[in-house]
Each structure stands twice: as structure tokens, then as C-alpha cells.
Write a protein that binds this ligand. Structure first.
Ligand code: ZN
Length: 449
């Protein structure tokens, strides 16, 4: 994989606001507000034609690094709805909650720990908050035709528990030895009291989580290992290193299951350093809890020492949507070109939704057949887009704005010399390449995808 393109002359605005990205995402087909024609629904977003491509690219890059390129990690894809006892064992039924207050004046609901003072941020009323109550973040529903307590189930608030309850299945079917990991990408749901900041905190989201099982005495070392690996991954897919940092949790921040946790944080100019990924030492909390609640032994037989042990677990967990937001935010550039503002997304070629745009200089009937032939030649190799509407300058701008690394232009000379122009997004440099050599030339410029 190529390094992050760093030669582009554009600069990201020092205070890039989420509104700018929300607007670009909607205008260009990345992300739409959920159920928009009905007035939307807070905390739910729909990914559009370009968004789904970019999201798939992120998931593919994660799976490649975490599963494909490793001998010690395997994947699963578990059901979203699990036996409700899973969430009793994991502690989520009892403790997965936020303190919440209502404003008696305007009826708005807030997280108590997000309020600065006694003044309602919605209506300005003073001293009108109710006492804080605990509010469980899991969505509830029912399995089967009867809506009673016995049929209550939850939409999973994290994918991790599926790895713990399948521990024995994976060890046995895949003949795994410690240390090893189980990875999963999938939807999770949290009934956040205050979703916000675009797709940073939403109520339905996708997670990429990996549970790494190891000997208890080695958990500390693996925690450091996975912190390094995960930081390196973000840099490899194009996040600028100066916008990333690792921060160890203070004891009072730790989750009920964790002894040590790092957050990888991203520096959003609009809201400061914010959590992008958590890397937690979950100890043997989950396996022990499930063994106790299910009555099944969830131990690992160590052939060296002839002992049954309960492994510790190190977990790197990142939200796909949050990674998506960070990649867009980090890639956003503005610059002046001949007195006009040019906006472009300096996305890593592996992450960009469209790799190559095919642009005939005009809709002239002599150009179109050749342009279409070039397009047909490229499609099996790259995600492409064919565009012949409006002036070539406007089409370049459109591709810049969606982060397409390369444009291929077919002009009248192409009919004679059987060559086309490759135009690069970041430098806007143009090179002439024979159509015969086009696929390898594009591949090289994209850094061998
Ligand atoms: Zn109020």
C-alpha cells in the first residue's frame, strides 16, 4: 500500500465545522439524514452511493490488517440479537447506563454529566432539572408473539460478547492455541440520550472489534502491541500523524470490565481531541462471567503446564462510522486556484470511493465511442465513474470534491495517438499515457491497490 499522499498543496481550514462536511456528504452522495422525507430521526444516518463504497473500503482495510495478514486472528459474523442472559452476564443490563435529567420547563432530556451548570441549554430555565436517573442505553424488543418480560431481548450494544460466547466453538473448530484473536465487523445499537456531531455519536452504528485471548501475564505486553498496531493502521490509511494521539484512561474512567485502557484520539478542530478507538485490557472478566452464568467451562487447556486457565483479553474496538468521519475530516482541503476556491478530499487511494473517473473532453460523437471503450477497459480493475456532463473544469472539481485520485481524459488527439491524459487530484499534474499502458499506469499511480 502506498503512503499517504502528502504533496498536495491544499490546506484544511483551521476550524473545519461538521456542517461543512454534512453539506458536502449530502450534496455528493456520501451520507444522508435517516428517514429524511419524514423529518429525519435523531442519531440515524443513511450511507449513499459513495458512502457505502468508502465504508466498504474502510472495513476491507481493517479486515486485511486484522485477519487476512495475520496467522493468529480469525473472523466471525454473529447474530445481532443474542439470548438476553448474555447481557446479564456481561453487566450491561445492570450497569450500561448514563445519568439523565429532564428539564421541567421545556421537557428536554440531557445527560447529567454533559451539563455545566443549573441552566437548561435548551430553554435557559434555571433550577428546573429533575433528579438524575439511570437510563439504560440498550434498545429493547421482544422475540415471538408475546410481549412480556420473558420474551425481552436487546439489540446488541457491542459486538464483543459474541466473541466471548463463541470462544469454545472457535478454539475447537479452528484448533487455536494462545495467543489468538477473534474479529468481527457488525452493527451495534445504543440508545444515546444525546446523539450528535454528525456520525460521531449515533444510535445505530457499525463496529470493528477484535478480542485477543492471551495468557494473563502477557496481557500488558499485548495491550502495548495492539496500541502500536492500531496507530500504525490509521496512519497507513491516510490519517495525518499529528492529528492522532494515544491517551491512557485514568482509573475513574475505566469500564467495569477493564483494568487498563488506551484511547486513540483524533484532534477535530471543531471539538478537540475525541475518542476514535479504545484498546482495553478486559482481563478475564467476560469469560469468567459467562462461565458462571451459563454453567459451561470457558477455559483453555495449556498443554505445556497441563493446566486449565482462563485467558485474559485485549480488545481493540473502533467504530466504522467514526473512522469514516475522521478520514473525511482529515482529508478535507481547500485552496485557491486562479482566483477560485478548489475543495478536494485528499483521501488515501485505498479509501477513496471512486479510484478513476473517465471524462471525454466533450459529448462529441467521435469521442464518445473511444471514451466508452476506455471506460469498459478500466471497470474490471477499478471502481470508476463515467462523466460527460458540463465543462471539463467543472467535472474535475466534482471529482476533487469526492476524493477521486485520478481522472482520465479523452480528447481529439486521443483519436490519433491512441493515448489519454491522466490528471492527478492532489497536484493536478497531467501525464500522457498510451491506452495500451493505461491499466498498469493507473495501478502504479494508485500505489498498487
Ligand atoms: Zn429547558
Amino acid at each position: 500500500m502506498a503512503d499517504n499522499p502528502s504533496t498536495g498543496s491544499g490546506r484544511s481550514p483551521s476550524e473545519l465545522q461538521f456542517e461543512t462536511l454534512v453539506s458536502l456528504c449530502k450534496r455528493r452522495g456520501f451520507v444522508f439524514p435517516g428517514s429524511e422525507i419524514y423529518g429525519g430521526i435523531g442519531g440515524f444516518w443513511d450511507y449513499g452511493p459513495l458512502g457505502v463504497e468508502m465504508k466498504n473500503n474502510i472495513k476491507r482495510a481493517w479486515w486485511q490488517a486484522m485477519v487476512q495478514e495475520r496467522d493468529d486472528v480469525v473472523g466471525i459474523d454473529a447474530a445481532v440479537i443474542m439470548n438476553a442472559r448474555v447481557w446479564e452476564a456481561s453487566g450491561h443490563v445492570e450497569t450500561f447506563s448514563d445519568p439523565m435529567v429532564d428539564c421541567r420547563s421545556c421537557k428536554h432530556r440531557f445527560r447529567a454529566d454533559h451539563l455545566d451548570g443549573d441552566v437548561c441549554p435548551e430553554c435557559g430555565a434555571v433550577g428546573q432539572f429533575t433528579e438524575a436517573r439511570q437510563f439504560n442505553l440498550m434498545f429493547k424488543t421482544f422475540v415471538g408473539p408475546v410481549e412480556d418480560e420473558a420474551s425481552v431481548v436487546y439489540l446488541r450494544p457491542e459486538t464483543a460478547q459474541a466473541m466471548f460466547v463463541n470462544f469454545e466453538n472457535v478454539v475447537t473448530s479452528m484448533r487455536r492455541k494462545l495467543p489468538f484473536g477473534i474479529a468481527q465487523i457488525g452493527r451495534s445499537f445504543r440508545n444515546e440520550i444525546t446523539p450528535g456531531n454528525f456520525i460521531f455519536r449515533d444510535r445505530e452504528f457499525e463496529q470493528m472489534e477484535m478480542e485477543y485471548f492471551c495468557r494473563p501475564e502477557e496481557a500488558g505486553r499485548w495491550l502495548e502491541h495492539w496500541l502500536r498496531e492500531r496507530l500504525a493502521w490509521f496512519k497507513r490509511i491516510g490519517v495525518r500523524p499529528e492529528n492522532l494521539r494515544a491517551r491512557a484512561h485514568k482509573p475513574e474512567e475505566l469500564s467495569h470490565y477493564s483494568s487498563h485502557t488506551y484511547d486513540i484520539e483524533y484532534n477535530f478542530a471543531a471539538m478537540g481531541w475525541s475518542e476514535l478507538e479504545g484498546i482495553a485490557n478486559r482481563t478475564d472478566f467476560d469469560l469468567k462471567a459467562h462461565a458462571q452464568h451459563s454453567g459451561k467451562s470457558l477455559t483453555y487447556f495449556d498443554e505445556e503446564t497441563n493446566e486449565h486457565i482462563v485467558p485474559y483479553v485485549v480488545e481493540p474496538a473502533v467504530g466504522v462510522d467514526r473512522a469514516f468521519l475522521v478520514l473525511l475530516y482529515d482529508a478535507y482541503r481547500e485552496e485557491e486556484v486562479r482566483g477560485e476556491k478548489r475543495v478536494f478530499l485528499q483521501l488515501h487511494p485505498q479509501i477513496a470511493p471512486i479510484k478513476v473517473a473517465v471524462l471525454p473532453l466533450s459529448r462529441n460523437e467521435k469521442l464518445v465511442p473511444l471514451a466508452q471503450a476506455v471506460h469498459a477497459k478500466l471497470r474490471p480493475h477499478f471502481m470508476t465513474q463515467y462523466d460527460d456532463a458540463q465543462s471539463i473544469g467543472r467535472r474535475y472539481r466534482r471529482q476533487d470534491e469526492i476524493g477521486t485520485p485520478l481522472c482520465v481524459t479523452i480528447d481529439f488527439e486521443s483519436l490519433e495517438d491512441k493515448a489519454v491524459t491522466i490528471r492527478e487530484r492532489d497536484s493536478m499534474d497531467q501525464t500522457r499515457v498510451a491506452i495500451e499502458e493505461l491499466v498498469p499506469a493507473l495501478r502504479e499511480k494508485l500505489g498498487e491497490l
